[in-house]
Design a protein around this ligand. Structure first.
Ligand code: HXC
Length: 280
C-alpha cells in the first residue's frame, strides 16, 4: 500500500491488518527524529500513506527538508513538515520542534525516536568523546525526544511511542561497544516510560532492526563486499536481509489498533539473526 522510494514499483499488497491500520492512522500526527534517514523516512512514509501527517526532525537542514517533501508525495493532501538544524542532544531545540509540530499539525499522537549515531571502532581506538557522542545522541536524544513530546502525547486520545534500537546489546558486538551500550539504555528507558505513562494512555515500545539491505550502516557493519554479504544473508535464519519495508510494517502494526495492547515490548525485526549472533 505505501511502499515507495527507489523501489516505488514494489507496491505491497494490502493485508487485512494494514487496512485496519489505515483507519487508525487517519488524522494522526507523527513526530520523527532522524526522520530523513533510510529507515525512519520509510516508517514515516508508511504512516503518511495510511492517513497520518508528519513532522520529521534532523540535523541537516537541506536533507531534512528534501525528505519531508518526498514523504509528502505518499498521499495527496498530506502535510509533512521537515525541521532541520535540530540536534536531539539539545532539549530546547526539540521543545521548539514539538511546539511547532503541534501548532501546525494540531498535536502529536505518535513519536518515533530514531536519531542515532554509529561508526565502527575498537574500544582501544575510541576516544571518550566518541563514546559520549553516541551515548548522547542515542540515549539522551531519546530521553529528550520523549520529554519534549510528552505534553502533547498526554493530550492525545491514543498515544504511542516507538524507540529505534538494535540487537547488538543482546550479545555484545565487536567494534560496536558504544552503540551496544547506548541501545541497551534505550531499551531500558523505553521500559520505564511504558510503566510510567502506560496508565496515562501512552504506550511505549522498541523496534530493534537487524541488517537492512538498503542501509549503509548495516552493510558496512555486516560486510565490505558482495560475496560476503550474500553469505551473510544466507546465514540469517529467515534466509534474507531485511528491507526498510519490514521495519515500516512493524511500525504500522505497533501504531495500529492491532497493536494497542502492546506496551513495554522490544520487537526484534531481524529474521531471527540475533539468536545466531556470535555463532560461527
Ligand atoms: C572513531 C569517531 C568516528 C569514527 C567520529 N568519531 N567518527 N571516532 N571512528 N568513524 C569521534 C570524533 O573523533 C569525536 O571524538 C567524536 O566522535 C565526536 O565526533 P564529531 O564528529 O565531533 O561529533 P558529531 O558531529 O556530534 O557527530 C557524531 C557522530 C555522528 C556520531 C560521528 O556524526 C554520526 O553518527 N554519524 C553517522 C550517522 C550514522 O551512521 N547513522 C546511522 C545510524 S544507524 P574526539 O575525541 O576526536 O573529539 C544505526 C544502526 C546500524 O545506528 C546498525 C544496523 C545493523
Amino acid at each position: 500500500l505505501y511502499f515507495h522510494s527507489c523501489a516505488e514499483s514494489h507496491f505491497m499488497e494490502t493485508s487485512k491488518l494494514l487496512t485496519a491500520a489505515a483507519l487508525r492512522s487517519e488524522d494522526r500526527v507523527v513526530f520523527v527524529t532522524g526522520g530523513a534517514g533510510t529507515i525512519c523516512s520509510m516508517q514515516t512514509r508508511a504512516l503518511v500513506r495510511l492517513g497520518a501527517n508528519a513532522c520529521i526532525i534532523g540535523r541537516n537542514v537541506e536533507k531534512t527538508e528534501a525528505a519531508a517533501k518526498d514523504i509528502a508525495t505518499a498521499r495527496s493532501g498530506a502535510k509533512v513538515i521537515g525541521i532541520g538544524g535540530c540536534d536531539v542532544r539539545k532539549v530546547d531545540s526539540l521543545n521548539d520542534a514539538a511546539m511547532r509540530c503541534a501548532k501546525e499539525l494540531g498535536g502529536i499522537d505518535f513519536v518515533i525516536a530514531g536519531a542515532a549515531g554509529n561508526f565502527l571502532v575498537s574500544m582501544q581506538a575510541m576516544s571518550s568523546n566518541a563514546f559520549k557522542s553516541v551515548m548522547d545522541i542515542d540515549v539522551l536524544g531519546t530521553f529528550n525526544t520523549i520529554k519534549a513530546t510528552m505534553p502533547y502525547l498526554l493530550k492525545s486520545s491514543d498515544a504511542r511511542i516507538i524507540c529505534i534500537s538494535a540487537t547488538f546489546h543482546f550479545t555484545g558486538m565487536p567494534m560496536q561497544g558504544h552503540v551496544a551500550a547506548a541501545k541497551a539504555s534505550v531499551d531500558s528507558l523505553m521500559a520505564s516510560v511504558a510503566l510510567e505513562y502506560g496508565p496515562r494512555g501512552v504506550t511505549s515500545n522498541v523496534i530493534s532492526p537487524g541488517a537492512i539491505a538498503e542501509t549503509e550502516g548495516a552493510l558496512r557493519l555486516v560486510s565490505p563486499d558482495k560475496e560476503a554479504l550474500k553469505k551473510y544473508a544466507k546465514s540469517i535464519p529467515a534466509g534474507r536481509l531485511g528491507t526498510v519495508k519490514d521495519i515500516a510494517d512493524a511500525t504500522v502494526y505497533l501504531f495500529s489498533s492491532a497493536g494497542s495492547w502492546v506496551n513495554g515490548h522490544v520487537l526484534v525485526v531481524d529474521g531471527g539473526s540475533w539468536r545466531r549472533q556470535g555463532a560461527a
